[in-house]
Write a protein that binds this ligand. Structure first.
Ligand SMILES: Nc1ncnc2c1ncn2[C@@H]1O[C@H](COP(=O)(O)OP(=O)(O)O)[C@@H](O)[C@H]1O
Ligand SMILES: Nc1ccn([C@@H]2O[C@H](COP(=O)(O)OP(=O)(O)O)[C@@H](O)[C@H]2O)c(=O)n1
Length: 244
């Protein structure tokens, strides 16, 4: 890709890969860290959620891999890599983009998404989409967060982190965002989803070379600092591209 001003080839963005279970702080902590570093952020879970939303909206069977792949052929997806998150999809039959930023966080979508994300060929297609989005972003760096970023999507990223926290802490945090649901129900839903997701990818154990950050005892600001410190500790060769 060329720099539009200088016409020189642009350097590929520095990648910071972050994985972790539900409620570990991946989205919120990674976003705050990315903003301070002057990097973009790609929330891959939002893509799986948007796909699950589309599967539901179009009445497809989430357990039918061929049906989900067929849908992907005509599916449009876009997500902002900087600033407030906006997620849009274009349905396979076309039409204007639909803003699903809020809708994809609904508990019905959380309950459905593991069925859609469990299909290996669907994962391959989304992974290609993630790599293209990052490579063509024109940004100095991008934090990519999800479940298999450190191991599958960007195993060669110079910074690879696994964020975690004990289930009770993660559920308490998530319950704070879902005031209509009891903490017990939130914990049960979160543990059930982690179990389903963990059948496909191990996001509890750091792979070789991945730094584990346990945020159970850290508040939000301490967690952001821990991520930035870990990025700095691995920043040989790209320190000049970070703002923080
Ligand atoms: N270390 C922390 N201390 C307190 N609250 C946190 C911390 N990390 C995340 N949170 C809050 O917990 C909730 C879930 O975090 P989120 O980033 O959505 O997790 P994930 O993306 O891993 O599911 C959010 O409301 C977030 O602000
Ligand atoms: N890289 C990823 C990211 C998300 N996912 C799936 O997408 C779902 C939603 O991801 P998310 O990151 O929004 O979930 P939370 O941790 O925010 O609750 C997960 O439960 C997984 O099923 C995945 O399979 N691989």
């Amino acid at each position: 890709m060329e720099d539009p001003v200088t016409s020189q080839p642009q350097a590929a963005p520095v990648l910071v890969a972050i994985d972790g279970p539900a409620g570990s702080g991946k989205s919120s902590v990674s976003r705050a860290a990315a903003e301070r570093l002057g990097f973009g952020i790609l929330d891959t879970g939002a893509a799986y959620r948007a796909l699950a939303w589309t599967v539901r909206e179009t009445g497809r069977d989430p357990g039918d891999e061929a049906a989900v792949l067929e849908l992907l052929g005509g599916w449009g997806f876009s997500i902002t890599l900087r600033g407030p998150q906006t997620v849009e999809v274009v349905l396979p039959e076309g039409g204007s983009p639909v803003d699903v930023t809020e809708a994809i966080r609904a508990p019905e979508i959380s309950a459905l998404v593991s069925r859609v994300s469990g299909h290996p060929r669907v994962r391959e297609r989304l992974n290609e989409m993630f790599r293209r989005a990052v490579a063509g972003s024109g940004l100095p760096g991008v934090v990519i967060e999800g479940r298999d970023i450190t191991t599958v999507v960007a195993p060669d990223a110079p910074v690879r982190l696994l964020l975690t926290a004990v289930p009770e802490v993660r559920a308490r945090r998530r319950a704070g965002e879902l005031p209509g649901l009891s903490p017990e129900r939130v914990l049960a839903d979160l543990v059930a989803r982690d179990e389903k997701d963990a059948r496909v990818i191990d996001f509890f154990t750091p792979a070789p070379g991945v730094t584990l950050i346990d945020t159970s005892e850290l508040d939000f600001e301490q967690s952001v600092r821990a991520v930035i410190d870990a990025v700095r500790a691995n920043a040989q060769g790209f320190a000049g591209r970070m703002e923080a």
